[in-house]
Design a protein around this ligand. Structure first.
Ligand code: SAM
Ligand code: SF4
Length: 345
């Protein structure tokens, strides 16, 4: 595909073009979601990228072909310079789209600044509208503030808004249906993300998406597939009768979409991960741009053809087996064992 800006494209050794960066600006978080972070204090050393380091990472990756940036964490809004980060990313050469994924807690204070800084879209992670369930899932009582933040970004007008929910086998169906109901009268999309067996997710069971689909149809009417892509990701979207917004599904485990992977991931300690699900990558030399370019080229070449979810005992066995590692991969791929809060989703 030709690049409208005539700047280089960053292709991996499987011919996929990488133009999308997920940048974890901090791995600290003010929630403790049951599938992501253990309760109590986070024992391991927290990491936070400085504004200068972020500026360098974006300048280098922008010059190599990255066009879209998702700012993630941990919780990105706890980064003390998050508004400056968004402004910097928006003004970074070749970066055309800057979005953010957040638990929503601090949006009530930060939304105006983020919008003024040029944020293009926000994803709010929200699994329930029930206060007791919210407390159980996040170990916090902040549902009213998250909902206030959601209202604020919706009122802001042209910011694209999505609500992301990770259903688990014990999610009350009524909760999941109520979340979809947010898209009835509001200009937002609600997406259901398959639980991934990473970190604490390995000890939980996800919900069968077919079960949810049947309940959505029974409650709201037929789901009509939407062909237009909404956003940067691999979600499949559907329209529901009389709904302003869409509902979407992201099934990284069951519907493998690795052949369309365009993603790069940099964690808050400056580690370049080659795949969400693999404990493999290279440490970026954050102070040396020329060395960073070389490291990124090497790391991109190490991107695997696909994730390893289907090799895990708790994932379905009828999916096609992952391809064997290519010769340029120096060691056997290992499944990721870090907490999701250290990767950024
Ligand atoms: N704190 C921010 C948030 O919650 O949006 C950004 C970081 S969080 C790790 C990014 C996303 O990963 C969230 O939508 C969260 O629900 C999702 N996530 C965390 N653990 C997961 C798991 N085991 N499987 C699937 N998604 C997960
Ligand atoms: Fe924090 Fe996001 Fe993980 Fe929840 S999902 S614990 S908000 S990083």
């Amino acid at each position: 595909m030709s690049d409208p800006n005539c700047t280089p494209q960053l292709a991996d050794s499987h011919g996929r073009v990488m133009d999308y960066l997920r940048l974890a600006v901090t791995d600290r978080c003010n929630f403790r979601c049951v599938y992501c972070l253990p309760d109590g204090a986070d024992e391991s050393e927290p990491h936070t990228l400085s504004l200068a380091q972020i500026e360098r990472i974006l300048r280098v990756l922008g010059s190599m072909g990255v066009r879209k940036v998702k700012i993630t964490g941990g919780e990105p809004l706890v980064h003390p310079e998050i508004v400056d980060i968004v402004r910097l990313a928006k003004n970074s050469p070749n970066i055309v789209n800057v979005t953010l994924t957040t638990n929503g807690l601090l949006l009530d204070k930060l939304a105006p600044g983020l919008i003024a800084a040029g944020l293009d879209a926000v994803n709010i992670s929200l699994d329930t509208l029930d206060p007791a369930r919210f407390h159980y899932l996040t170990r916090r009582d902040y549902l009213p503030r998250v909902l206030a933040g959601l209202d604020l970004v919706l009122a802001a007008g042209d910011l694209a808004v999505k609500v992301n929910c990770v259903p688990t086998a014990d999610s009350p169906m009524a909760d999941l249906l109520a979340l979809a109901g947010l898209a009835k009268d509001r200009r937002l999309h609600v997406r259901y993300i398959e639980l991934m067996p990473i970190g604490l997710g390995q000890g939980l069971k996800g919900l069968d998406p077919q079960e949810l689909t049947r309940a959505l149809v029974a409650t709201y009417g037929p789901l009509t597939p939407v062909s237009r892509q909404l956003g940067n990701g691999p979600a499949t979207y559907f329209a529901l009768p009389g709904f302003v917004g869409r509902v979407g599904f992201i099934s990284a485990v069951q519907s493998r979409f690795c052949d369309r992977c365009n993603r790069l991931r940099v964690t808050a300690d400056g580690f370049f991960k080659t795949c969400l699900h693999m404990d493999r990558g290279l440490q970026l030399p954050l102070a040396d741009e020329a060395a960073m370019v070389e490291t990124i080229r090497r790391a991109v070449r190490l991107k695997p053809a696909s994730h390893l979810f289907n090799q895990d005992p708790q994932t379905p066995q009828d999916s096609p087996a992952p391809q064997a590692p290519r010769a340029d991969q120096s060691a056997d791929p290992l499944p990721e064992n870090r907490l999701m809060s250290r990767i950024g989703g």
